[in-house]
Design a protein around this ligand. Structure first.
Ligand code: PLP
Ligand code: COI
Length: 370
């Protein structure tokens, strides 16, 4: 398997403070074998500081636990915060890998720029994942479609109530054993079309992975749940007619001629899963289009039979078929719609690459445990 990340061989000197009271192995195994998304965390976390004067410094791996924070820390008031979502996968030979971490590192840098925060160098970002796996590797599950979710994040910790970029920032990585986000069988999900709320506006922070975007989505997500849907779909905030993305995933439509179409918008997150799935589709000979799509195009396309599948994709969810879209006054599809064949083939191919069961021809996988 290839490892095509040509990284500078820079290495940062992480101090490792071992957890004196780690979870007992039998209890850990229970959680690892039956993971529930984002509920249980490993024994350690990465903790790195940044200050305007000292730059990135004091890289540490330390016991997982509460973070001391001044009540005036800027993040608590102005939400200067960004994060990433990635997974560590255990391969059949026991080795531990992650998927396209260079892309997460780059997106973390883009999010940092948008939120007026310092950019963490890619080498530092990737080393922090390896440092955490070096102490918490036993937490990486091995059952099918389970993995260790990695959550790098950073926030403004300077205690200061003036509104300006903070001069002190904290970077952390925590990890949690997870199974499939929507449960085991990749059954089609229902999504709710929000026409009351939008997620992001032109020139706003929609393309950054920042907590505020998710806070802004919660009420709409609650509306989705009230209507029996697992996710919410947002429209653009200017004309209210172009589809954007779901609360925590991108969206792709499949046309009957095999073309895959996904929204082209600078107010959505540029998903690494979406980019990868579209590459795999192109490898299979599918045409791929990134362009604006109206909700009307989806509706009439399904009615006419031109649009035959829709799926959501993201790190947490991988690839999930969309059975139905429900809106205030119409629905597209049906909750009982079978999962599409293109969707399921791409899903399987992606998962097989991530779990080392299929050749990684794109050089997407990076080994973390060495
Ligand atoms: N869009 C949003 C709002 C997300 O939270 C995510 C998940 O991270 C995605 C899209 C998909 O991004 P990725 O495939 O990089 O996980
Ligand atoms: C991810 O897929 O990593 C996300 O951050 C989205 C969230 C729904 C967990």
């Amino acid at each position: 398997m290839t490892n095509l990340l040509p990284m500078a061989q820079k290495s940062f000197n992480f101090q490792v403070v071992k957890n004196p009271d780690p979870m007992p192995a039998d209890k850990r195994q229970e959680f690892v074998d039956k993971p529930v998304f984002g509920t249980v965390f490993t024994d350690h976390m990465v903790d790195v500081c940044w200050s305007e004067r000292g730059g990135w410094h004091r890289p540490r791996v330390q016991p997982y636990g509460p973070i001391p924070l001044d009540p005036a820390a800027a993040v608590l008031h102005y939400g200067q915060e960004i994060f990433e979502g990635m997974k560590a996968y255990r391969h059949q030979d026991g080795s531990i890998w992650t998927f396209r971490p260079d892309q997460n590192a780059l997106r973390f840098q883009r999010s940092a720029v948008r939120m007026a925060m310092p950019e963490l160098p890619t080498e530092y970002f990737i080393q922090s994942l390896k440092e955490l796996i070096a102490v918490d590797g036993d937490w990486v599950p091995s059952l099918p479609e389970t993995s260790l979710y990695l959550r790098p994040f950073m926030f403004a910790k300077e205690a200061f109530l003036g509104v300006r970029p903070a001069k002190k920032i904290a970077f952390y990585v925590i990890a949690s054993p997870v199974g499939p986000y929507f449960g085991g069988d990749a059954a089609p999900v229902s999504i709710w079309l929000s026409t009351t709320y939008t997620r992001a506006g032109r020139g706003g922070t929609g393309a950054a992975k920042t907590g505020g975007n998710y806070a802004a989505s919660l009420l709409a997500q609650t509306e989705a749940a009230d209507n029996g849907c697992q996710q919410v779909l947002f429209l653009d905030s200017v004309e209210g007619k172009y589809i954007e993305e779901l609360g925590g995933m991108n969206i792709v439509l499949v046309y009957k001629d095999g073309t895959l179409v996904t929204p082209d918008s600078d107010t959505i997150l540029s998903g690494i899963t979406r980019d990868s799935v579209l590459s795999l589709a192109a490898d299979r000979g599918h045409a791929v289009e990134r362009r604006p799509i109206t909700i009307e195009e989806w509706r009439t396309g399904v009615d006419s039979g031109d649009i035959v599948e829709a799926f959501a994709c993201g790190t947490a969810a991988t690839v999930v078929p969309i059975g139905q879209l429900k809106a205030q006054d119409f629905t597209i599809g049906s909750p009982d719609a079978p999962a599409g064949t293109v969707t399921m083939a791409l899903r399987q191919e992606l998962i097989d690459i991530q779990f080392g069961k299929r050749e990684d021809t794109h050089g997407w996988m990076l080994r973390l445990d060495q």
